[in-house]
Write a protein that binds this ligand. Structure first.
Ligand code: SAM
Ligand code: SF4
Ligand code: SF4
Length: 388
């Protein structure tokens, strides 16, 4: 009989990082949208993970070797219900959040997600505006769900697509999923008016660099903004290596050589993570009809100083950085019967204590400081657990 090797640290469990109880202040302070963390950064953006499961096994996110049939995903009872997510989202909005992105795992796998979208789309920011409500998806179920998502009040959508070449794409999602279904999902989203659509491509040297130019050609003049993302050292299961990162500057160079000139565009909102570049006319102006691309240089150009984003995990922990090793247990506060004011105070307590700036510090940290496999160091959260 074949022997099974039991690793010293079992990677096939959800979460991993430590969890911290939130200490509520003796008296609730009235939220006014002016919260600032220890580095003076406001709270404006919330990512909500609605599931830790996915039907893809992208090697940079959920490698099959770890996320196998024995992997311990969160049990149903651990997940926040839609009603709980709605209450938490209200607390964040009371504290200044203006934008919410649903993510996962694969968010479209969460049953009846439209019901949650209906609740979130009815919310208003502190100055009475609708939330900027969006969702990131691998689009495998998008063709089927686009209309229902739109009807529920979703405004726009981001689709992840790493290659147009079918063989490369099937290899990267590692579930033999064809690229044609993703393209059909994008078309369906366009047809129902979910827009503007963004497409995210994680660029991994040695895997899909040859797809940079074909992807840009495909989405040029389509009204869709293609964004190239540097492969990041999130979590500790993807075996990240710096030599697999293609710096954005080199992506730009390949685009200029392969397609033509690009001009720098200014940021459309403060704290924007993507650097914007527009396709140029022969006389060097932005060719608006051809559109633009984005470069997200999470590794080579840290944007921590503008980072106004909190993350809520599927089971209700707040994480204040994508590279966090510790979450704050908002679910415990919620399920202990907290009032809305107490929930908002809990959010404030976490945000005002925040000091995160991992990307700025990355170069000065010892190799794999947070992701050491021997269990000696604290473990970073996985991307599939917290969402991008
Ligand atoms: N399953 C959905 C999807 O793929 O769009 C949503 C969740 S996924 C974790 C969110 C985003 O994170 C995707 O665009 C994915 O490409 C990106 N991502 C995952 N692992 C990454 C890594 N190691 N480096 C950079 N981006 C990553
Ligand atoms: Fe799934 Fe998205 Fe991660 Fe790919 S990137 S494995 S689609 S959660
Ligand atoms: Fe924000 Fe953390 Fe990323 Fe810096 S490393 S930009 S603090 S999520």
């Amino acid at each position: 009989m074949a022997e099974r090797v039991i690793p010293l640290v079992d990677e096939r469990r959800s979460g991993g990082p430590t969890v911290r109880a939130i200490a509520l202040p003796a008296q609730d302070t009235r939220p006014n949208g002016l919260l600032a963390d220890q580095l003076g950064r406001p709270l404006r953006d919330l990512r909500i993970s609605v599931t830790d499961r996915c039907n893809f096994r992208c090697g940079y996110c959920m490698p099959k070797s770890v996320f196998d049939k024995d992997y311990a995903y969160l049990p149903q009872t651990a997940l926040l219900s839609f009603e709980e997510i709605e209450r938490v989202a209200r607390a964040f909005v009371a504290q200044g959040v203006q934008k919410i992105r649903l993510t996962g795992g694969e968010p479209l796998l969460r049953k009846n997600l439209e019901r949650l979208i209906e609740k979130l789309s009815a919310m208003r920011t502190l100055d009475g505006q609708p939330l900027d409500l969006t969702l990131t998806t691998n689009a495998s179920l998008l063709a089927r769900k686009a209309q229902a998502l739109k009807d529920a009040g979703l405004q726009r959508i981001t689709v992840s697509l790493d290659a147009l070449d079918d063989a490369i794409f099937r290899r990267m999602n590692d579930m033999d999923f064809p690229v044609s279904d993703v393209l059909a999902g994008i078309e369906a989203a366009q047809a129902v008016g979910l827009g503007p659509i963004k497409v995210n491509m994680v660029v991994q040297r040695g895997t899909n660099c040859q797809q940079i130019v074909p992807m840009a050609q495909h989405f040029r003049s389509s009204g869709i903004v293609l964004r190239f993302i540097e492969y990041m050292d999130v979590g500790h299961t993807n075996g990240w290596r710096m030599d697999e990162v293609l710096p954005s500057a080199q992506v730009l160079e390949r685009l200029r050589q392969g397609i033509g000139p690009l001009v720098a565009l200014s940021a459309s909102v403060p704290g924007e993570t993507a650097e914007r570049w527009g396709w140029a006319t022969p006389d060097g102006r932005h060719d608006a009809a051809a559109g633009e691309i984005g470069l997200i240089s999470s590794v080579t150009q840290a944007f921590c100083s503008n980072c106004n984003r909190a993350r809520l995990s599927t089971e209700g922990r707040i994480y204040t950085c994508l590279f966090a090793t510790e979450g704050h247990d908002l679910r415990a506060v919620l399920r202990a019967g907290a009032t809305d004011a107490q929930l908002a105070s809990a959010v404030a307590a976490v945000w005002t204590g925040r000091t995160d700036r991992y990307s700025e510090l990355r170069a000065s940290l010892p190799p794999d400081a947070a992701g050491a496999p021997d269990g000696a160091s604290p473990r970073r959260i996985e991307m599939s657990y917290i969402g991008g």
